[in-house]
Write a protein that binds this ligand. Structure first.
Ligand SMILES: N[C@@H](CCC[C@H](N)C(=O)O)C(=O)O
Length: 314
């Protein structure tokens, strides 16, 4: 199998991106291709695989996202910015409604957050319904509460974006502690059989700093849906005002986020980079990349994002 792909990132969350609108492969094939391409030890690497998929009567195009373990997620908001950019470029549009696995999101080109940085805003609805999060504990919602059975006494807020997130506000992020809870979530415990993304969040520099252990991946430089869930959770717990823009920092950079209150629709808007850094083609044989040809390294975009990182105090 041969594919043309674009290697891209949103806030350092990096992916190979394939225009799959005309491709007809099984879910099992895509899961295998995700594991091969996103393998950090292989010639491509990434936090998962993004697919631009065909649109329908209600959507200009669609997105599918496979984690590096081959599992398919309900969404990926850093990835959605990159998929949206490709969709915009191929269709000659600047805004769209996008079909996700079982939901929709709005995307639009925005003014550049920094010179030379292509910027896209995603808008997705948050939910605190525990059934949607897939967290099987007593009650309808969990807002800053303990999770019986979780190996931590910390208080968590559960949010579906619609992928599952557990968010805890901490004084200082401890990667070891976060990873231990993330690994527990990866074990698909009885109370979280669909697993989940786990984030620790600090109030930092007037904004939020979010560190996430992602379902199907592990610790990443950033996770867009976790930043959305964290902004929503900050509103729910009185740490940030609903309707006001918050800068959300992460290991890979920053985004600007605004969450609407539940009574105002619970839409979380995230504006951030959609950086394309390499155009390549790959040949895959079995479980390995047999050939990789790099056609273009987009040095201008790499430099533009490096300048943002040099400016951001994380
Ligand atoms: N990094 C993504 C989320 C990717 C999916 C996640 N690991 C899951 O399985 O829910 C983002 O930017 O939202």
């Amino acid at each position: 199998m041969r594919f043309d792909l674009i290697r891209c990132h949103g806030s350092g969350n990096d992916f190979p991106l394939i225009d799959a609108r005309a491709l007809d492969l099984s879910d099992g094939d895509w899961a295998r291709i995700a594991r091969v391409l996103a393998d950090r030890g292989g010639p491509v690497g990434g936090d998962g695989l993004l697919l631009l998929t065909a649109g329908d009567a209600d959507h200009a195009f669609g997105m599918r996202m496979f984690n590096s373990d081959g599992s398919e997620s309900e969404t990926c908001l850093n990835g959605l910015r990159c998929v949206a950019r490709l969709g915009f470029e191929l269709l000659g549009i600047d805004a769209a409604r996008v079909r996700l696995k079982a939901s929709s999101a709005e995307v639009a080109r925005k003014a550049q957050i920094a010179p030379g940085v292509v910027t896209v805003e995603t808008r997705a609805v948050a939910s605190i319904d525990l059934a949607r999060v897939g967290l099987r504990i007593a009650g309808d919602a969990l807002i800053e509460g303990g999770v019986p059975g979780l190996p931590s006494a910390r208080a968590f807020t559960a949010v579906a974006m619609p992928n599952p997130h557990l968010v805890s506000f901490v004084d200082a992020v401890d990667d070891g502690e976060l990873s231990a809870i993330g690994e527990w979530a990866e074990s698909a415990p009885d109370i979280l059989p669909g697993r989940g993304n786990v984030s620790f969040v600090e109030l930092r520099n007037g904004g939020l700093f979010v560190r996430t252990f992602e379902r199907g991946v592990g610790l990443t430089d950033s996770c867009g849906s976790a930043m959305a869930a964290s902004t929503f959770a900050a509103g729910l717990t009185g740490r940030a005002a609903f309707g006001c823009e918050v800068t959300v920092f992460n290991r890979g950079g920053m985004v600007r986020a605004t969450a609407a209150a539940p009574e105002d629709g619970a839409v979380v808007a995230i504006a951030g980079n959609a950086t394309f850094f390499e155009d390549a083609s790959v040949g895959i044989e079995g479980d390995a990349v047999a050939e990789r040809v790099v056609h273009r390294v987009r040095r201008d975009e790499i430099a533009a994002w490096d300048a943002v990182l040099a400016d951001v105090t994380i």
